[in-house]
Design a protein. Structure first.
Length: 234
């Protein structure tokens, strides 16, 4: 087989991609053929590796995109939840003392308490007047009293003074207890009504604004229910 025939055979093999017997020169052309096949295999392998790398790169890009998108999505969902919570959170507020003082029963309770105070005050004044009278008598006669009478009068005055102090302290305690007892039904009624109104209007809570407890209340979320409570307590 001539050199030109061998070359033609190799070209046929390279072009067709399959082996074809070329008479006369196959043994001589075998090394060249093997080189051609090796080059073809390496080229095909390189294309396969490149394709695998491209696919892997695309998969990594998708995975990275998902990882990046997940926190953003979670943050967006969290922000939406907070926004929705703020929009849905509503509450009521009142001046508790104003509501209490507006109740008709409060005026009645205060009259009863004032009457009781007047009685305790009258008794305290009587004891004080008795003490002042005895003290004046003591001052007038102390020069003429024997020592034993003088000591007796001094003991009586001290006892009266101590009793008057104890009576005033006890009066304050009893008046405070009487006020609690008189106002307890009113507090219970207000508390019960506030629970009812809070449930009816879907409030998260009800705030007492007395003593500047709430310097600022957002009118879009808080509602002044004082007039409603006063109306229902009448």
């Amino acid at each position: 087989m001539q050199k030109s025939d061998s070359i033609q055979c190799f070209r046929s093999v390279a072009k067709s991609g399959s082996f074809r017997f070329c008479p006369g020169g196959m043994l001589k052309s075998l090394p060249v053929l093997l080189v051609l096949l090796a080059i073809t295999a390496i080229s095909a392998k390189g294309q396969t590796v490149q394709a695998d790398q491209t696919v892997q790169g695309s998969a990594n890009a998708v995975s990275q995109t998902r990882k990046t998108a997940a926190p953003v999505s979670e943050m967006a969902s969290s922000a939406d939840a907070v926004s929705q919570s703020r929009k849905s959170l509503t509450f009521g507020y009142i001046s508790y003392d104003s509501v209490l003082h507006a109740m008709p029963a409060y005026a009645t309770a205060m009259r009863q308490l004032d009457n009781l105070k007047a009685k305790y005050e009258a008794e305290a004044k009587r004891v004080e007047s008795d003490f002042n009278k005895k003290y004046e008598e003591f001052l007038e006669g102390q020069r003429d009293f024997p020592q034993t009478i003088l000591q007796k009068r001094q003991s009586e005055l001290q006892e009266l003074l101590d009793r008057n102090i104890l009576f005033r302290e006890e009066s304050r305690r009893l008046l405070a207890e009487a006020e609690r007892d008189l106002l307890a039904p009113l507090h219970a009624r207000i508390g019960s009504l506030l629970r009812v109104i809070g449930e009816e209007r879907g409030y998260a809570f009800i705030v007492n604004t007395d003593n500047n407890a709430c310097p600022f209340i957002n009118p879009s979320q808080g509602e002044n229910i004082g007039p409603i409570v006063v109306e229902r307590l009448r």
